[in-house]
Design a protein around this ligand. Structure first.
Ligand code: DC
Length: 221
């Protein structure tokens, strides 16, 4: 099996790029952020404060989170309900960043993520894939871009969906999430040893996909 780990900060284009690269290579693409988002959504829906560790721990022990693939698209099931759309809401993003700092949440989700790499060739994206989840991945990429460019891309995405958004607020949230994800004690966001850093600030989507596919082919032949 071939495993490709793509880590990097929020909005660097990991999911769009990894999805296209996996289509070209015939790999399964797993977006691990979605499962942290599912835990955050469960906290929001049940009015559980993320600061209340006992309640969060009690909650996760009863959660059934599953990733399924339907027509090539990843769907996330939370206790049998498809929450793929709801986990993308803005309030879930920040809650996911906070909930992902809890070590019990991270260890609860570890096997779920590792199981994918046992069954298929995967491109898995997240924050700690190359460092913790798949430390033996054959290819490790750290994908990044400037905060301003990441915020601009997010704004465009939201505008395309007809959602009104404010650039400064998006930029503020991105910087805040970078801080949370980089400074947490457990599995912080950082480039894995022997990872290749790809900065997409000045790249188009196609250029970034071409670069990633090129690296994967080079490293796995
Ligand atoms: O990739 P994303 O923005 O959908 O991820 C949401 C949050 O989940 C992110 O702020 C940090 C956390 N996360 C993580 O800690 N580890 C991962 N492997 C993936 C996501």
């Amino acid at each position: 099996m071939i495993a490709v780990a793509i880590d990097g900060p929020a909005g660097a284009g990991k999911s769009t790029i990894a999805k296209k690269a996996s289509e070209q290579l015939g790999f399964i693409y797993v977006d691990t952020g979605a499962i942290y988002r599912a835990v955050a959504l469960a906290c929001i829906d049940r009015n559980i404060s993320i600061d209340d560790l006992d309640s969060v721990e009690g909650l996760i022990s009863g959660l059934d989170i599953r990733i399924i693939f339907f027509n090539g698209e990843q769907h996330i099931l939370l206790n049998d309900t498809d929450v793929s759309e709801r986990i993308r809401e803005e309030n879930v993003s920040m809650a996911a960043s906070r909930v992902s700092a809890i070590p019990q949440v991270r260890s609860f989700l570890l096997d779920l993520q590792r199981d994918f790499a046992k069954r298929d060739n995967v491109i898995m994206d997240g924050r700690d894939i190359g460092t913790v989840v798949l430390p033996n991945a054959q290819v490790k990429i750290f994908l990044t871009a400037s905060p301003e460019v990441r915020a601009r891309r997010r704004l465009l995405q939201l505008e395309e969906k007809g959602v009104k958004a404010d650039f400064d607020k998006i930029l503020f949230d991105i910087v805040q999430r970078d801080f949370n994800d980089t400074n947490r004690k457990t599995a912080p966001l950082k480039p894995a040893e022997n990872s290749i850093t790809v900065d997409t600030t000045d790249m188009t989507l196609d250029e970034a996909v071409g670069k990633i596919v090129g690296i994967i082919k080079e490293q796995t032949i």
